[in-house]
Ligand binder design. Structure first.
Ligand code: ADP
Ligand code: ASP
Ligand code: MG
Length: 468
């Protein structure tokens, strides 16, 4: 196909050192050389985001020495990459990286002095990962003989609400991105955008949630009306299960936007759960591609699902570290106002509910939430519902989901899943089927999640075809 404009996203592994960055730049260059305009969107070097979160916490708890040690390690890593990519010690790139580390150090020192880490200051700190990797990608493209210019998310026009840690793009983002990037593209310059981050109206730096560089790339894709968005990864594409858990997981050739959203929501870390949302209106396809095998087609994500007869389920995913919150109280819970008070309390806390179920006796409501959200869910419920209700947490749970549009209206799919689980002696704690009928999810004990994933993957015939 002849492309005019592509957005290419490179993840943490594709940016992890000078060698990976050079390879990523060459993948963009392949298209640019044949006349395709490319916007590059980059993640932080692998591990850097976690490091930044850790050092921010260390500073808040008073351990400035640990925070500074961590900054020094990061600094060496970025300088080494710049040097290996050919930057002279007094070059603009090296100076820029030095200045950014200095600003980072000051911000972290501020957290240490105040012993306070607000969501806003955490975002400022954590976004340095992407801001630092963008100049390295520019450098690699220039070394490849191309013209490049790097921008922070805000500079690229990504304007967000002020929901720090999980910000969403504002409607006028798209026009701004178009304004900021079109000129560069027209002049033959490849824009390199720092992913994962945006900026509020007032100029405060925000982040789009973990894995948010995928989201940045699709925002840019929509803004520019790209032909396609390509997310280069360290896997072949979106696979039938996490390849770290299921060794014979297979690449999925085609998925719909809806299927990918369910997969990401239920724990497949391969894409940000909201990544496809900017593409839905315009129908721009997203491709997940392997950087190690660039000619392999990977996974095509588009509006329409492609179902194969006999394969109603396309993938199995799991979310670990889940807690079930049980709300019980015989005779009270059946009353609609009481149920409403439960959900009101949850909504006020902005907790993501993974699963909800109500017992038929109406004396119990169970809610599955991420364990990190459990404490505030408990507090909110205890404060917001009738004192007659008992609210308890059951930690150590995982949620397993099967996803595929072919399940719609099909009988026996859930039964196959439950049989596979029963054969493994896996106890099912909660069951729910999304109204979209794109998934069925169950809560199981965390200790059984890998065995359960393998068994369900096998039961739906998702692994490698048996060789005769
Ligand atoms: P990137 O930085 O490129 O976005 P991520 O680490 O965020 O990379 O996502 C890719 C990882 O997602 C893979 O290495 C893989 O272990 C994991 N993963 C989990 N579920 C799946 C799945 N169903 N298909 C592919 N990868 C998956
Ligand atoms: N670096 C960020 C993260 O680790 C964003 C991303 O990689 O997409 O979550
Ligand atoms: Mg990711």
């Amino acid at each position: 196909m002849n492309y005019d404009l592509l957005v290419m996203k490179f993840g943490g592994t594709n940016m992890q050192d000078s060698r990976a960055i050079r390879h990523s730049a060459s993948l963009a260059a392949r298209s640019i050389r044949v006349g395709v305009k490319v916007v590059v969107v980059v993640s932080a070097m692998a591990g850097v985001t976690n490091q930044l979160l850790k050092l921010a916490d260390a500073a808040q708890s008073g351990d400035i020495a640990a925070a500074n040690d961590e900054i020094a390690l990061m600094r060496t890593r970025h300088f080494t990459a710049a040097q290996e990519l050919g930057a002279a010690p007094d070059s603009v790139t090296v100076r820029e990286i030095r200045e950014m580390h200095e600003t980072l150090r000051q911000a972290v020192y501020g957290v240490y002095l105040l012993r306070e880490l607000t969501p806003r200051s955490r975002d400022l700190i954590v976004a340095f990962g992407e801001r630092l990797s963008a100049p390295l990608m520019s450098l690699a493209l220039e070394q490849d003989g191309l013209r490049a210019h790097h921008l922070s998310g805000g500079e690229a026009g990504i304007l967000t609400d002020s929901h720090f840690g999980n910000a969403k793009p504002m409607p006028n983002t798209y026009e701004r991105v178009r304004d900021r990037l079109s000129g560069l593209l027209a002049a033959g310059v490849t824009p390199v955008v720092a992913g994962f981050m945006g900026e509020t109206e007032k100029g405060a730096i925000t982040t789009l949630g973990r894995g948010g560089t995928d989201f940045s790339a699709t925002i840019v894709g929509k803004a520019l009306g790209a032909d396609e968005v390509w997310a280069w990864k360290d896997v072949d594409g979106v696979m039938s299960a996490d390849p770290r858990v299921v060794k014979d997981a297979q690449n999925i050739e085609v998925l719909s936007y809806g299927e990918v959203m369910e997969l990401a929501y239920f724990g497949a870390k391969v894409l940000h759960p909201l990544a496809v949302t900017p593409l839905q209106e315009s129908g721009i396809p997203l491709r997940v591609k392997s950087a190690a095998d660039p000619d392999f087609p990977g996974t095509l994500v588009q509006a329409q699902p492609r179902d194969e007869a006999g394969h109603p389920v396309k993938a199995v995913t799991a979310i670990r570290n889940v807690s079930i919150i049980n709300v019980s109280g015989a005779g009270v819970l059946g009353i609609p106002e009481v149920i409403a008070s439960v959900f009101d309390a949850i909504a006020r806390e902005n907790v993501t509910l993974l699963m909800v179920s109500q017992s038929s006796s109406m004396s119990n409501v169970s809610l599955a939430v991420q364990t990190v959200d459990a404490e505030r869910t408990l507090v909110a419920l205890r404060a917001g519902v009738s004192l007659e209700l008992k609210v308890e947490e059951q930690p150590g749970v995982a949620v397993l989901a099967i996803v595929g549009s072919g399940m719609r209206g099909q009988k026996g799919v859930s039964a196959r899943m439950f049989t596979a689980l029963a054969e493994q002696d896996v106890n099912v704690l909660m069951i729910s089927q999304g109204s979209s009928e794109l998934n069925v999810s169950v809560a199981v004990e965390a200790a059984h999640v890998d065995a359960a994933t393998l068994a369900v993957h096998r039961a739906f015939g998702l692994g490698a075809p048996a060789t005769a």
